[in-house]
Design a protein around this ligand. Structure first.
Ligand SMILES: NC(=O)c1ccc[n+]([C@@H]2O[C@H](COP(=O)([O-])OP(=O)(O)OC[C@H]3O[C@@H](n4cnc5c(N)ncnc54)[C@H](OP(=O)(O)O)[C@@H]3O)[C@@H](O)[C@H]2O)c1
Length: 219
């Protein structure tokens, strides 16, 4: 990477039927040790790990590096309405930076020390993913891991702001529940994203490393 470049990687741990949680939101743990180690390794090589408000509230994740050697990344939430509670584990003070990406005009109740990045809302009410990437880069955070959930990663893909997607596929069929991706419907398969994909075996699981920038319709 050049010093002025950014890289945005998304990860989804999913079942064979493409689900990342049950209907009640239970998602711990879909993946086994091989894929969980991969996730922690990804965290260790990124500058910042980002989750949406939904995941922060549903899972209260720590988002630190525990299963491999390596530094903890900064931790960021996308919380346009300032609705996450201040006692989340990702805000715990362990010497790393904490950031809240929110909308202009939102006064959230984030703990002291949280760096607040305020962005204008789009007409649809959301925050522009490429503006989020730019704001994080301006804060010195250029290697960005979007760790979920479904809505957050889907918005980044829709905005063409995700470079790579790591799908961690477990030998499990959940049958109903939250899908990993929820994109706008397409009419023909010519419009489908067909990334160049490199598979890796991790025990009885598979990591699919998808290079979204290789898709002809992804620009
Ligand atoms: N298996 C896995 O790998 C994995 C990983 C992560 C999460 N999960 C599961 O996924 C579920 C949560 O996913 P989710 O899709 O419901 O929620 P989510 O993606 O974690 O959070 C969605 C919320 O984040 C905010 N947000 C994210 N991007 C935004 C943007 N560009 N502009 C404005 N707001 C944005 C919005 O907050 P507001 O609602 O306040 O507008 C949005 O509703 C949980 O069940 C969790 O366990 C699974």
């Amino acid at each position: 990477m050049r010093p002025d470049e950014t890289r945005v990687v998304g990860q989804l741990g999913q079942s064979l039927d493409g689900r990342i949680a049950t209907v009640s939101g239970h998602s711990k743990y879909i993946n086994g040790p091989g894929c969980l180690s991969h996730l922690h390794r990804l965290r260790a090589v990124c500058d910042v790990v980002v989750v949406g408000a939904g995941t922060a509230i549903a899972d209260d994740p720590q988002l630190n590096v525990r299963l491999v050697e390596g530094p903890n990344p900064a931790r960021a939430i996308i919380d346009p309405n300032g609705r996450v509670p201040r006692d989340l584990r990702l805000f715990e003070d362990d010497g790393t930076r904490h950031l809240a990406v929110t909308a202009v005009g939102t006064e959230g109740d984030w703990p002291e020390g949280v760096e607040v990045l305020r962005l204008p809302r789009l007409a649809c009410g959301g925050l522009c993913p490429s503006a989020i990437v730019q704001a994080l880069a301006k804060a010195g955070l250029r290697r960005i891991l979007i760790e979920g959930g479904s809505q957050t990663i889907s918005r980044f893909i829709t905005a063409r702001s995700l470079d790579r997607l790591h799908l961690l596929i477990a030998p499990m069929i959940i049958g109903a529940g939250k899908m990993g991706l929820e994109l706008s419907p397409i009419q023909t398969l010519q419009e489908a994203l067909r990334p160049r994909m490199t598979p890796h075996q991790a025990g009885d699981e598979v990591l699919l490393d998808c290079d979204l920038r290789s898709c002809p319709v992804y620009s």
